[in-house]
Design a protein around this ligand. Structure first.
Ligand code: GUN
Length: 311
């Protein structure tokens, strides 16, 4: 697969990055690779999701992941457990899935109920099946430059940037988000691309003084500023010619229509980063399966991961 080739004409409309189009291009490549490897090995890649409780938002995300798997030929199975499932019960399911040779990817949907310790659960997942990239070993791999099983949303952002025909080296990226799932892994992915990275968050003073310096501005605040003045990122906060990536859902952080006039590229909400996230999950399942099928051990996985294979 060749996700690194710049194909911006195929997925941009003017300066608007159409994430759905890019996702479609990459999913078609994944589908082809899944078919080829399924034929070669005689069995398909398989993702198992685990959902604890009945949060409708989480249930919807999990359904979307299964649907996406199905469309590219990845087998999937769901375990929907009641909200009062104990930590021990959940751990024993994970140990079972770790040992199951027909399972290549394990995804425990977050957040978990309060009585379950997320870190304990995530750490229990076999790192070579951890398609979320949340486990300690995959975070360690990311620190050493390996991106193969890294968090899906940051990978989606990095893939958008890689696919634009721009030189990122030495450019200033400003990230507004410091979460474990988005902001922190994204720092590593952007450093790997030789960018200078600044991270802002809810306690940052004078946010605009940072955003105005950004060649690439990535924002994931995800709430309204106020009723009359909803957007955190307005045109006066953006440098002329910046690339603006809005990760916030379901409503963007960026005053899209006005910022669009200043940006060299901009992602819309919806239809920007969102479709890329599940695509990167599919890519991770395929990567986990490929290595398992090749019967590599953890050391080989690390060696290849550090080389940035498949990114
Ligand atoms: N909850 C919100 N985002 C995610 C994600 O990327 N993975 C998992 N497992 N849970 C989530």
């Amino acid at each position: 697969m060749s996700f690194l080739e710049p194909i911006s004409e195929e997925f941009c409309e003017g300066n608007v990055i159409k994430g759905r189009r890019l996702a479609k291009i990459i999913r078609a490549e994944i589908k082809e690779e899944v078919a080829r490897l399924t034929e070669l090995h005689g069995y398909p890649p398989k993702l198992v999701t685990v959902l604890v409780g009945d949060d409708p938002g989480s249930a919807m995300y999990v359904r979307m992941k299964h649907k996406a798997c199905n469309k590219v030929g990845i087998a999937s199975e769901s375990h929907n457990l009641p909200a009062d499932t104990s930590q021990e019960e959940l751990l024993s399911l994970i140990y079972r899935l770790n040992k199951d040779v027909t399972v290549h990817g394990i995804l425990v949907q977050l957040p978990l109920p309060r009585h379950i310790d997320e870190e304990t659960i995530i750490s229990a997942i076999d790192p070579n099946k951890d398609v979320d990239g949340f486990s300690p070993r995959n975070i360690y791999r990311l620190f050493y430059g390996g991106e193969m099983l890294s968090s899906a949303t940051p990978q989606g952002i990095a893939t958008i940037l890689d696919s634009l025909n721009v030189n990122l080296t030495g450019k200033h990226a400003v990230i507004i988000n410091r979460s474990t799932i988005v902001g922190k892994p994204l720092i590593m992915l952007l450093l790997n691309r030789n960018m200078t990275v600044t991270v802002c968050h809810s306690k940052t003073k004078d946010l605009a003084s940072f955003t105005r310096q950004a060649d690439v501005l990535i924002t994931a605040i995800g709430r309204r500023k106020s009723e009359d003045d909803p957007y955190f990122i307005t045109a006066d906060m953006v440098k002329e010619g910046a690339i603006v990536i809005d990760v916030a859902t379901p409503l963007g952080d960026v005053d899209f229509e006005n910022v669009r006039c200043k940006a060299s590229y901009i992602t819309p909400v919806p239809g920007g980063v969102g479709p890329m996230t599940i695509t990167m999950l599919l890519k991770n399942v395929l990567a986990a399966y490929s290595f398992d099928a090749a019967q590599t051990n953890v050391f080989t996985m690390d060696a290849i991961s550090f080389g940035g294979y498949l990114t």
